[in-house]
Design a protein around this ligand. Structure first.
Ligand SMILES: Nc1nc2c(ncn2[C@@H]2O[C@H](COP(=O)(O)OP(=O)(O)O)[C@@H](O)[C@H]2O)c(=O)[nH]1
Ligand SMILES: [Mg+2]
Length: 324
């Protein structure tokens, strides 16, 4: 078992696509083997540059991520893509062309794309994404692009796990800067006004620039505001350059370390939360739960007291509760 785990890990270090796919599936479905594998992969991870790309649905994230991946490939960088946004699938256009070209070169090179449809074992999307990033990182992906919809708390959390966060806006999307979630604006390191071929792009750019002028939250790094047309690839090279600049900037800076520390702290708390919940649900038997429901129905107990009682039996380590 442990021998085959090691072989599995070795195949991932060698960028074997099937081994990678199997690892991601194992991690997504919360298999014990997947967690054991991650323990072997983790020491070989940590060198990838994780780029979070977020923004409202339809703003052009998938289109831009594909073009950005092709741009990185053009300068010889290996790319992994994790798409957490299920609303728009990748068209496969740029990537597919790239992949076909690459097949002649080497199988272990190029782009690896993975969509994440599920939220992992017990909710908690962020740790599941972190695990997939660890797999791609250990497999030698130098840049990992993570696409998320910038709407929910989970998505903001994922963006926080990236080394750099790109926020996409577009004219006519109804996500005027004023109405955009403040949390996302604050964590963005690079702003992109996509669909610059459409009317109103200049106005969005001006709004973002004005807003950035108001908030003096950063020492040193001024988040650039770039314009792109993801469908044609215009502005994508400049975006890559901005990402490279941010990376160079971050490495000279303590902020990267602070950010990482905060990210791992959040990740650890989330894993603890999941495991505690798992243990508590294991300890709880249906009978006990149903008995409390009946108590509440009959007004013998209020729901808070019932929850406290169920919890205290678990915390006292008595294990399975009696369903009296
Ligand atoms: N006109 C224009 N359309 C774009 C641009 N980028 C993306 N689109 C289109 O916008 C739609 C949504 O793009 P998609 O990448 O799926 O957005 P996502 O939901 O943010 O991932 C698609 O029909 C794209 O072809 C752009 O720069 N200009
Ligand atoms: Mg998309």
């Amino acid at each position: 078992m442990s021998n085959s785990l090691e072989e599995w890990a070795e195949r991932i270090f060698a960028r074997d696509r099937r081994a990678m796919a199997r690892a991601i599936s194992a991690v997504e479905s919360g298999e014990a083997g997947g967690i054991e594998l991650l323990k072997l992969l983790f020491p070989k991870s940590g060198s990838a540059y994780v780029v979070g790309v977020t923004g409202s649905p339809g703003v052009g994230k998938s289109t831009l991520v594909e073009k950005l991946a092709a741009e990185y490939r053009a300068v010889g960088t290996t790319v992994g893509i994790v798409a957490v946004d299920p609303t728009s699938p990748f068209t496969g256009g740029a990537i597919l062309g790239d992949r076909i070209r690459m097949q002649a070169v080497a199988v272990d090179e190029g782009v690896y794309i993975r969509s994440m449809a599920t939220r992992g074992h017990l909710g908690g999307l962020a740790p599941a994404v972190q695990d997939v990033v660890t797999i791609l990182d250990a497999a030698g992906c130098q840049v990992i692009l993570v696409e998320t919809v910038g709407v929910g708390q989970d998505e903001v959390e994922i963006a926080r796990h990236a080394d750099v966060t790109v926020l996409l806006l577009a004219p006519g999307m109804g996500d005027d800067v004023q109405t955009f979630k403040a949390g996302v604006l604050e964590i963005a390191d690079v702003f992109v006004v996509n669909k610059a071929d459409r009317p109103g792009a200049d106005r969005v750019e001006q709004e973002v620039t004005a807003m950035l002028g108001l908030s003096e939250r950063r020492e040193g790094w001024n988040p650039p505001v770039l314009k792109t047309v993801a469908t044609t690839g215009a502005g994508i090279a400049a975006l890559r350059e901005a990402l490279d600049r941010f990376r160079a900037f971050g490495e000279q800076d303590l902020r990267r370390l602070l950010r990482r520390r905060e990210q791992w702290r959040t990740c650890l708390m989330e894993l603890l939360r999941q495991r505690l919940l798992e243990k508590a649900l294991d300890a709880l038997d249906e009978g006990a739960l149903n008995a409390r429901v009946e108590d509440i129905l009959a007004q013998r107990r209020d729901p808070h007291t019932a929850a406290e009682e169920l919890l205290s039996t678990f915390m006292s380590g008595k294990g399975k509760l009696a369903g009296k």
